[in-house]
Design a protein around this ligand. Structure first.
Ligand code: ATP
Length: 233
């Protein structure tokens, strides 16, 4: 469903992506792992359209979306949960959730109900200011908000960041539930253990390039991955 072809992007004059190509099938969960600064966030942001591509193509179900602005890509079914979650602290939890549906005009209440079934902790806190939620709850809220755009492809940037291990586990349970509901997921994650466990397919990025690609289970056994990303000699 997602085909990224020879994607190049930069920050000012400094290139960050040197021709990234990746293919993701409908219903798959995929992850992008790699060291700090490898270009993972830039890849997600460029797919979402919040960072411009210098060249290359991005196809969603065969349609080239590379020229579409970010809000049009949301309409086409791409939803990004940004690094740091991007929750609006002063708004209530419910207001944050509903913002996810800003590109839509029907079926919102039904979808909100479905999302709340997935996120019971969020339901309990609907009237609360979002800034008062714990980090894990804010991550769940950010995921819920993204789901209210009714995505076909959900992009998640570092969902485990800054969370205690037990909370990370809960967030990943939610991500697995979302995957089971049929949403295709592309996840960027520092925690390669977790990412490779949840994913069907994975790419390892190094210095703006794809260094390794394949089935996540196979990559987990790859000596290069074990040594560099899983902390095993
Ligand atoms: P991290 O895990 O730290 O987010 P990453 O793999 O997601 O790393 P990117 O954030 O995509 O990597 O960064 C790729 C490269 O682009 C890095 O060299 C980084 O320093 C540079 N870069 C990222 N954001 C900017 C920016 N706003 N301005 C200038 N350079 C940037």
């Amino acid at each position: 469903m997602l085909d990224v072809v020879e994607l190049h992007a930069s920050h000012g004059r400094i290139p960050a992506l040197h021709g990234i190509s990746m293919t993701l099938a409908r219903g798959e969960t995929a992850c992008l792992i790699g060291a700090n600064g490898a270009g993972k966030t830039t890849t997600l942001r460029t797919i979402a359209g919040v960072h411009p591509a210098d060249s290359g193509d991005i196809f969603l179900d065969g349609n080239n979306i590379n020229r579409l602005p970010a809000h049009r890509r949301v309409r086409e079914g791409i939803s990004l949960v940004p690094e740091g979650r991007g929750v609006f602290a002063q708004l209530t939890v419910d207001e944050n959730l509903r913002l996810g549906a800003y590109t839509r005009d029907s079926g919102i209440d039904e979808d909100r109900e479905r999302v709340l079934e997935l996120l019971p902790r969020i339901r309990e806190r609907l009237g609360q200011q979002a800034g008062t939620l714990s980090g894990g709850e804010q991550q769940m809220l950010a995921i819920g908000r993204a789901l209210l755009a009714r995505p076909r492809l959900l992009l998640l940037d570092e969902p485990s960041m800054g969370l205690a291990p037990i909370v990370v586990e809960k967030v990943f349970e939610v991500i697995a539930d979302v995957a089971r509901s049929g949403v295709t997921i592309l996840l960027v994650e520092q925690n390669a253990h977790l990412a490779l466990e949840i994913a069907d397919r994975a790419w390892v990025m190094e210095s703006g390039r794809i260094a390794l690609a394949g089935n996540a289970a196979a990559l987990r056994e790859d000596p290069r991955v074990r040594e560099a990303y899983l902390g095993e000699a």
